[in-house]
Design a binder for this molecule. Structure first.
Ligand SMILES: [Ca+2]
Ligand SMILES: [Ca+2]
Length: 387
């Protein structure tokens, strides 16, 4: 929704509506700054104004897009994408290891769509920022007015040094800790962002084929828009990870202790003893492990991946009540009783930090959520695209 020259336009799926008692106007966005009139009912005076509106609308929305200085960097969005076949499947908990929010299992049908073969790499994200000048959330100082609404009323203002640009970085603990207290291993690190994953002094040099990390939801969306893609829905992601099977993991049903050649996760005791039996203590280059039956790499482990959907603990129950649901795209509200003030989106697939004692994020049906403005050095994304 946006205002233009005093008129309110309602936007929905690239369509823009304006309606009054004596007129109706429907415009569809065909590309950057390009609009097509789909339906119109106007009097003569309004018709005279129409050309001006469409021109101004084009200019206004061009200013809202990441500036694309070099479109030839992404000549074909389907490069490195795979067509995922449509199908109907039982979404949700598929083993006795499933958490409460993975239930109820419910029938979902998915239309064919394209999915990135690999997690977006540092090299790919670098092409995006070079072409557009985009600055990620983690590279900007924090606006207290924006985050205080996510905190309980009366929370005192954070000090300016904490509000400086930064992100969350994992550090192993020296020994066993309370696994409910994630502040033991997650550290707010000023100066940590995608080019400096471990903070000042670190670099992605030599890691350009690793997945990009420290991306917030808005960063992933901005990249996807530039690439002519979008984020997958949670249902698309689960269907894609399943490879069309009802197996527990993207690699099949081989137990986790025999899967060190299947995915990048944590072997040993979290968060202080990483045995690195899979060869990687942190991120691995994308495609380092075998693909799943649909040809997708790292659907289990390496980095968590953002999905479109808002996190709402009730969304599966609501979807189940509708019978077989086609292409669900999640809830229209944020609803996590554990963190009621934080707008959280779904992340999927687990990371190099996942193991059996903590999150088992590499299971196909495992759901996790994170605040939309938070990045960390184990969260990235991949994109989807309509067929
Ligand atoms: Ca590992
Ligand atoms: Ca992954």
């Amino acid at each position: 929704m946006f205002m233009l020259k005093g008129f309110l336009f309602i936007s929905l799926n690239r369509h823009y509506f304006r309606t009054t008692q004596d007129s109706f106007l429907l415009i569809k966005k065909m590309g950057d700054g390009l609009f097509k009139i789909i339906s119109i009912s106007l009097n003569m005076k309004q018709k005279v104004m129409l050309i001006f509106w469409v021109m101004a609308l084009s200019l206004a929305t061009q200013n809202c897009q990441p500036q694309n200085k070099n479109k030839t960097l992404n000549p074909d969005p389907l490069i490195q994408m795979i067509l995922i076949p449509g199908g109907t499947f039982a979404m949700g908990g598929r083993s006795d290891q499933a958490y409460l929010d993975e239930f109820p299992q419910h029938k979902v049908s998915i239309d064919p769509f394209y999915m990135d073969v690999n997690e977006v790499s540092n090299a790919e994200f670098d092409e995006f920022t070079t072409a557009t000048g985009y600055i990620t959330v983690a590279e900007k100082d924090i606006n207290w007015d924006e985050i205080k609404v996510q905190l309980p009323e009366g929370t005192p203002k954070l000090t300016d040094d904490i509000l400086k640009a930064g992100s969350l970085v994992f550090k192993e603990t020296s020994g066993p800790v309370d696994l409910m207290d994630y502040s033991q291993w997650w550290h707010w690190t000023i100066g940590a962002h995608w080019r400096q994953p471990e903070g000042p002094g670190s670099t992605i040099e030599g890691r350009m084929d690793h997945p990009v990390v420290h991306v917030a939801y808005a960063d992933a969306q901005a990249y996807a828009l530039w690439a002519g893609k979008r984020l997958p829905t949670e249902a698309e992601w689960e269907w894609a990870a399943s490879g069309g099977t009802m197996d527990k993991y993207p690699w099949g049903n081989d137990p986790i202790e025999k899967a060190t050649d299947k995915a990048n996760f944590w072997q040993g005791i979290f968060p202080y003893k990483n045995l690195v039996q899979d060869g990687y203590s942190g991120t691995a280059p994308v495609k380092s492990f075998p693909s799943n039956p649909f040809g997708l790499f790292d659907m289990a482990g390496n980095v968590w991946e953002w999905c479109q959907d808002r996190y709402d603990v009730t969304s599966y129950a609501i979807d189940k009540s509708k019978g077989i649901i086609n292409n669900p795209n999640g809830s229209n509200q944020y609803n996590d009783p554990r963190e009621p003030y934080a707008p959280k989106h779904i992340i999927r697939g687990g990371s190099f930090l996942c193991n059996e004692s903590y999150c088992s994020g590499y299971r196909v049906s495992r759901r996790m959520s994170t605040s939309k403005d938070s990045g960390s050095n184990h969260t990235g994304f991949r994109c989807a695209r309509d067929y």
